[in-house]
Design a protein around this ligand. Structure first.
Ligand SMILES: [Zn+2]
Ligand SMILES: [Zn+2]
Length: 65
């Protein structure tokens, strides 16, 4: 099997393959733990907000590579 898998969306579990666009939370604690928080879509990032209790947050687009 090829190694095209980049990771999994932390909200819905959808596989993110290399070359896909994914999204990251701009809050630093979401990017500094052992858990990589990555999202397959802005909708999944949106669903993350209430669970993380951010007061203000955004997301950034990234290309999986
Ligand atoms: Zn997702
Ligand atoms: Zn977050």
């Amino acid at each position: 099997m090829s190694d095209e898998r980049f990771g999994k969306c932390c909200m819905c579990g959808k596989v993110i393959n290399k070359g896909d666009t994914y999204h990251k939370c701009t809050v630093s604690t979401c990017n500094s733990g052992r858990l990589k928080l990555i999202f397959c879509s802005p909708a999944c990032w949106d669903a993350h907000l209430p669970t993380a209790r951010h007061r203000s947050a955004g997301y950034t687009d990234h290309k999986a590579s």
